[in-house]
Ligand binder design. Sequence first.
Ligand code: ASP
Ligand code: MG
Length: 475
Amino acid sequence: MNDTKLEYKSEYGVPMKIMKFGGSTIKTPDMIKKVADIIKNEEDVKVVVVSALHGQTNEIREYLKTVETESNDIDSFIANILEKHENMVKTAISNEKIQKEVIVKIKNIILKLERLLYGVAYTEELTPKTQDLILSSAERMSAYLMEGVLNSMVVPACAYEADQIGIVTDGIFYNATANLQETEKNLCEVLDADIKKGVVPVITGFFGRDSEGRTTTFGKNGSDYSAAVIAYALSADVLELWKDVNGFMSADPILVPNAHTMDKLSYDEAAELAYFGIGLLHPRTVGPVRLKDIPIVIKNIIQPQKKGTIIMKKGFKSKNVIKSVVYTNDLVEIKVSGPGAGYRSGVLSLVSSTLSSSNINIYSVNTSQTYLSMLIHKNDLEGCLKALKDIQSGVIEGIEHQKDIALVCVVGEGSRNIKGLAGKIFSAVASSDVNVEMMSAGASEVAAHFIIKKEGLKRTIEAIHRAFCEEPSST
Ligand code: ASP
Ligand code: MG
């Protein structure tokens, strides 16, 4: 771990580590005990952040899709959640007194959840505010569970619900951003005594509260971001994100069996890779930590001895520049045509404001004399076509879409500035007999993107990996 230590930052006499455990690390009672062991054996000052038990928030998310309109059996849904947590408590905590205390705390949360669900069912209305409050339940339960497991292993720990200790947000439900300065002030005050006494704070990930006290979540998988906010607030020396994989890989190992884990990435590279939705890291996680130069280390609960991927400010140029090739095939290309569609001022803003008022996110835009080409998520296709029909006029004549595409992204510090690199990338693609449908330099300094037909995806990824990424990139 020595190479993760930059200069010393925390105020507590020894380095401070934020250890965040994702849902994939807390699936079973044995796994929770293993997590608690890892926390116990950590010698640095430590602050723990937890996600919900594996799959729990998603179950609630799915349930919420129907609870407004269908007569759902709320009682059995609730009984199921209680049973799952009670089983965990009883198997992972041997001390009966602690078991009982934890069960009381969990039951309080479940009671509130049950009442909220009945409220939604009776009023047939799920507001964003209620939705976020409901979704925050699972993290609250897992924090009390972890507190109990640690205490039963004689590790003094204290659980905190993020909205009660002042993780302050901007109030955007389901996609909130933290107010770092206010959060810093609040957390330093609340946690100072614990940290000085050697008590391990166990904080819920995923949500905070806005200036009016309303619970707001950071979006799906938002606990990584919470942990980064906490690392910022406490000026930690390192942020460890515990998952069930070794870290970022040079390519999807399903497509490229000899893909390797990358030891080191820069913040920019990690942000690009995270944005590609491989689900390993919440895309906004690097935001808060880069402000204080706090390195992130991805660690694997299954193989804790592995170094994982370290993400820090300093770029590490690899010999072949490109370190990783990623893709998404969740996108659809929308082509809007008409005389001057691409260059007439106002067309792009009309299209983008129309889509944004239908809550449709545009991933990228390319223009030519007569075409405006955009990438959107495949789930937004119907809504997008409908919204564009409404503004079809003399300027926008044709609206086409193409579903069978994949967006490929090559990532490597310095890739924008190396002469001839684009040529090499495209000749690797051409040698695998795949046509590049559209290319874009992208707005990123460390990545280049292009579109191909889905059927050529495996060949393309293999060819690029073979040409650039086979040698591990670490220095
Ligand atoms: N439990 C939340 C979710 O599933 C947050 C997280 O896991 O990071 O989205
Ligand atoms: Mg999770």
